[in-house]
Every structure is written in structure tokens, then in C-alpha cells.
Write a protein of this length. Sequence first.
Length: 335
Amino acid sequence: MQTGNYSINEPSMSKLFDNLAEKGKTMYAPKNRGERILFQKVEKFGEIAGDYLLTANSAKEVVFPRYEKVFSYKKTQDGILINDPTGNPFSEVVLWGSRPCDAAAFIPMTNTFEKDYIDNLYVKRRKNLLVLSFSCNTCDEFCFCTSVNGGPGNTAGSDILFTRLQTGDFLAEIITEKGKKVVEENSSLFEASTAEGKEQSLAKVEPRFNQDEIQAKLQELFENPLWAEKSRACLGCGTCAYICPVCSCFDIQDEAHGSQGTRLRCWDSCGFSLFTLHTSGHNPRPDQGTRWRQRILHKFRYMPDKSKIAGCVGCGRCSRSCPAGINILDTVTAL
Ligand code: SF4
Ligand code: SF4
């Protein structure tokens, strides 16, 4: 669904931010922390980083926190009391400054959490999330969104996509009803426009591989020396999964104290040696090679086989941040 194009200038953009913040919404945007730029809570427009390609972390934390309470319980004389957090109100969140790959990642995430099993914690957060993305005017050698059905001006997953035009103003493409409501409530800040000038303003991200070909090849490459070869330097640190906007594996931890306790879910990573370790001591993925294979197969074969959506949006974060210099693009193009 696309519900219209508008233009908005820089001072009005700042006003739009203030208007949304004044309504009590929790604002997340790219913000400097030391030398890095991270999605963080921000209160003022001036706190937002001015010049960034991508944040070091992904935006998934706004819908899938790194750890959260699933429920808590307490034994009383009358029985067991369960406290279910999905009964609490969820705050309205605005994700400001996501890139098209960040926004596109909510599609496979939603497929994971809202398809076979409806995960109410995710559903409620996603429902309250407004995604205001900005097209990419630049890219680097780690970007490969165009190889996984994305692009620097892709609108999938965003409510509004802004593109800074060569005139200095922004094109605002309204993608969803939520985005339309923002324009209606702030109509004095927007002017009707066409999408003219968008393409010239976008970064040029050359396609590096064909997703369908990779998916087909992976059917035959389960046993292959490539997996050990490409993962030899892997430290099993889990960084690649923690910063990936699509990775959504989690572990369940129970913290019990006497007659009460809490069940938590915490991010997990297929790079960890404990990942899928059985109680018997057997691990079906006993080394980094088989764990790396799982990572690639999950993203480029199992997820597209099941739902026609790849588990990778080509943001390149995992390759930029891997302390061992492992580059996912290097493995996929080698295939
Ligand atoms: S970030 Fe690199 S070293 Fe760490 S688990 Fe991932 S591939 Fe291995
Ligand atoms: S696997 Fe790497 S490139 Fe793909 S979405 Fe995750 S972090 Fe980005």
C-alpha cells in the first residue's frame, strides 16, 4: 500500500520530531555513544547523529529486547499467582532514522513471531511501533541489500520513507495507514509532491549474488569443506547474531528464589558452543563450521523455503563488526 508522496524541509523535520515526542511517544534514533552510533532513546532532535551510514546495533531491540520477562510467579496459600506482562500497557515507540534494510528486517521478524506461534510480547510492541526510515545516499563495501530483494530506497517495513533530495528537502513516501495518520496530524509541515528526484539521490548498491541461485545451491551443499574453511577464524562470540536485525533465536532462563521466580527470554546465537547442546551432552553442531553452516542455511535456505523471505537484509553489520574479520558476503559469493 502506498498512500501518497509529500515533501518536507529540514526545519519542519525537526518540528515533526518534537510533535511526536510531545505526544509522549518513546523516540529511538541513531545517536553517538563514544565513537559509535547506536539506536538509543533520544529526547531532542539535536541528539540525533547527523552523518551515519548505519548504526552499529540493529533496531530489533525495540520489538525484541535482548532479555525480557515472559512471566513471574509466586506461590501463595491460595495457589500460584502468575504475572503475565502482556497484560500491561505497551508504550508507543517511534523508530526514527532507520535505513530501508532496518525496516525490511521487521518483515522476517514478524513472520517468525506472528506466524506459527503468535508471540504476544512481539505482537504488542510491533503494533505500537511507528517506523520512519531514511533512504541511503551512501553505501560501503559490506552493503548488499540489492542481492536480497532490498535497495537503498526500498519502502518495505517503513511507515514513511524519507529521501533527502539534491534540493536539500526530503521526499516523504507514505507507505501505511500509520504513516498517513502522521501526515494528517502534522499537515502544516508537509506539502504534496511527486517522487521526482528520488532515484538520483540514492546510493548505488551493485547486486553481488542471486538469492534464488544461492537457495537452490544450498540444497546440495550441506556437506562441504567450505563451512570449516570460511569459519576457521570464528571465535564463537555471537556478535554477528546480536547485531543482526533479523536474528531472533532466544534461550529461556528460569530464575527461582524460594517460592517465587521469573522466566526470562534472552537472545541466543548459533555461534555459541552451547547453542542446541542437548542435555545428554550431544551437540548436533559440535564445531564452528557446522554452526556457520546453520547460520547461512537458516538465512538463505530454511527461511526462504518456508516463507519465501530471506533471513538476511544485506545490511552488512555482521561483517563490519566481526572481530575475526569473517564476511558473510565472502561465504555467500563463494557458494
Ligand atoms: S562475529 Fe565473527 S567471530 Fe563472532 S561468532 Fe560471528 S562469525 Fe564468529
Ligand atoms: S546476516 Fe549480517 S548482513 Fe544479513 S541481515 Fe544479519 S547482520 Fe545484516
